[in-house]
Design a protein around this ligand. Structure first.
Ligand code: COA
Length: 270
């Protein structure tokens, strides 16, 4: 779906996407490129970035790779500067770099908890903070990739729940501070997304996957492209009065309550 109603929605825009070498973030990068944006991908692994850039370029898009770990402010600032030098002022930022491993609170060290908070929350702050000076103002849009763990407590996810709750509050604070500069800041909170590293870790067996599916009112996982479509909308002019929003895309899974739980319990297993 390169075009909606015959036009590219991001023509002439420059985008930066952290964690853009794989998963949901790569799907967003591809969607942005299909819609005419030049995309700069930031990630830890150069080979992954090279492969992602290659794939986008081969399908006619414009992309470049800028290796950096979002936990390292100076390296990240240098990567953002090189993205700006390559493409020009930055219109769109997607803070997507994330880490996760399922473990109970007592099964993770202080350093394990910190590793996830550093990637997800500090990494998002670092990206927004270092990108600001390169943003086209007014007009820029930032999307922080959160998760439903931000407001739905989950076992084995204390680190992610805490980090993503912080990400959503950061989104709202920056929306207030940077609104007068013409910069929009929103969060996307996906639920279970198919064919991602995160879900491979959280639902490693067919049985757990089936339980997840039964708890989702729409009875399936999201596709990466569905999250990319939401990012496209939020980055486009169609969303130009939306800021500080946390947009949930989870098939209704986080509508936790007796009704949803009863419906899941009563549904026959497949
Ligand atoms: N259970 C408990 N602790 C774990 C763990 C697990 N499954 N995996 C890692 N840790 C701990 C490590 O033991 C270490 O703590 P320690 O120093 O006290 O031993 C700490 O987490 C950091 O691990 P390390 O591997 O050095 O960190 P890293 O920075 O290289 O990797 C992670 C960060 C742990 C988040 C890693 O899983 C990662 O890189 N993930 C990226 C991909 C990903 O998670 N994708 C899903 C996104 S939703």
């Amino acid at each position: 779906m390169a075009e909606v109603f015959g036009r590219k929605l991001l023509a002439g825009k420059n985008a930066v996407i952290t964690g853009g070498g794989s998963g949901i973030n790569f799907a967003i990068a591809r969607r942005f490129a299909d819609h005419g944006a030049k995309v700069a991908l930031i990630g830890r692994t150069k080979e992954k970035l090279d492969a992602a850039v290659d794939e986008i370029t081969k399908s006619g898009g414009s992309a470049s790779g800028h290796p950096a770990d979002v936990r390292d402010y100076n390296a990240l600032a240098a990567a953002l500067k090189s993205a700006r030098d390559d493409h020009g002022e930055i219109d769109l930022v997607v803070c997507g770099a994330a880490g996760n491993f399922p473990a109970p609170a007592l099964g993770m060290s202080a350093n394990g908890f910190k590793a996830v908070v550093d990637i997800d929350l500090l990494g998002t702050f670092n990206t927004c903070r270092a990108a600001f000076e390169h943003l086209r103002r007014p007009g820029a849009s930032i999307i922080n990739i959160s998760a439903t763990q931000a407001f739905t407590p989950m076992p084995m996810q204390a680190h992610v729940c805490a980090a993503k709750a912080g990400v959503d509050m950061l989104t709202k604070c920056l929306a207030i501070e940077w609104g007068p500069e013409g910069v929009r800041v929103n969060s996307i909170a996906p639920g279970a997304v198919d064919d991602t590293e995160g879900m491979r870790r959280l639902a490693p067996t067919a049985e757990i996957r089936n339980q997840f599916t039964r708890s989702i009112p729409l009875q399936r996982f999201a596709t990466k492209d569905e999250i990319a479509d939401l990012a496209l909308f939020l980055s486009s002019d169609a969303a130009k009065f939306i800021t500080g929003a946390v947009v949930v895309c989870d098939g209704g899974q986080s509508l936790a309550g007796l009704g949803v739980n009863m419906a899941a319990a009563m549904r026959p297993s497949t």
